[in-house]
Write a protein that binds this ligand. Structure first.
Ligand SMILES: [Zn+2]
Length: 117
């Protein structure tokens, strides 16, 4: 698990065939146009940090990793998503706009790491 050689992992989601809205949250109808014509698709796990916060009080399954960053990421393919970044223990360790990549999942949570580029 080296930071510099982060391999990319796809993120599953849906796209509306009527209006084009993309989401990494599964739903039955499109939240923008209410169409039921949603198709599953995968997103390249690369993006930029839109915002983040440092979690000092984690849920039970993440207790051993705290503190860590909970991040909102704008994927380069045009879809927003969220995830967490182990190893980011303070706000000085990450910045808005940093390039990140999804490296895997723990349960429903995408794990992101900095790409350093
Ligand atoms: Zn739609």
């Amino acid at each position: 698990m080296q930071e510099g050689t982060a391999k990319q992992e796809d993120i599953e989601g849906v796209q509306c065939t009527e209006c084009g809205l993309m989401s990494t949250t599964y739903s039955v109808v499109c939240r923008r146009c209410l169409s039921g014509k949603l198709v599953k698709r995968k997103f390249d796990g690369r993006g930029r940090v839109r915002t983040f916060t440092i979690l000092n009080v984690p849920s039970e399954s993440f207790a051993a990793d705290a503190p860590y960053a909970y991040v909102i990421v704008d994927l380069h393919e045009g879809c927003g998503t969220s995830g967490w970044m182990p190893g980011i223990k303070s706000a000085v360790d990450l910045a808005i706009g940093d390039e990140v990549v999804c490296r895997g999942r723990r349960g429903d949570a995408a794990i992101f790491v900095k790409t350093g580029g």
